[in-house]
Design a protein around this ligand. Sequence first.
Ligand code: PAF
Length: 279
Amino acid sequence: MYIAKTIDELRSHLAGSQRPAFVPTMGNLHDGHLALVRQAKPLGDATVASIFVNRLQFLPHEDFDTYPRTWESDCEKLRAAGCDVLFAPDEKALYPEPQTCKVHPDPVLADLLEGHFRPGFFIGVCTVVMKLFQCVQPRVAVFGKKDYQQLMMIRHMVRQFALPIEIVGGETFRADDGLALSSRNGYLSATERAEAVQLSKALQAMAEAVRAGERDVAALEARAMQSLAQRGWQPDYLVLRRRADLQAPQAGDALVALAAARLGSTRLIDNLEIDTPLA
Ligand code: PAF
């Protein structure tokens, strides 16, 4: 695996590649990331991953400084997963001057849910992803469905800027008990880790209510919020949304349930596409 630390090194190494397939990450890699790398591998002629903890997408009180940085094990895992090129710039290499030119995604999607609770988050994400795309020049890029709204934002950005990149969604990778894998799971104590599965269980319960014909979306969401709050969580949102645009659903719409909640000091997110439309 070739490791490029600068944009120039990356570009000269990829000069002969017609179809790089790209998986951007912030490191601290788990099986979910590696599944994305394996998914990307047959889609291109060079599999490229990036590791960059992007300051622009963290709010001042968030965990930028403490975000786990696990360089040696990340490199080993990427090699074993068949990654050909790792782009791992430091901040000076990716942002040699303050990144004042930013991508401002459509607020109709960017200011909902994650964007509401983490203002500016999607500006940071879209800006770094646009910049990484310019560096790697991939023909295909794979993003996890666990960050459902992020995947939608990236698809929208690519469409609006006519970027010649196919965006592929990778299924959420779950632990045996159903907890979605996330780098932030490492923050959980043993007791919190045992409790954490309740987030995906709450989404399952919402899906079951829809399958049973429940139509009162507000009541269903309130029940889900309450059930987690009673267990000691601080939920930001547990909502049912229309898959197409994450707006409030109407009868007949294909649905996704999305959740974000804090357990102790750890904020977890998850989502579940529901196979039954709203009654
Ligand atoms: O999903 C992530 O890990 C990050 O948001 C991404 C896409 C690598 C941008 O920093």
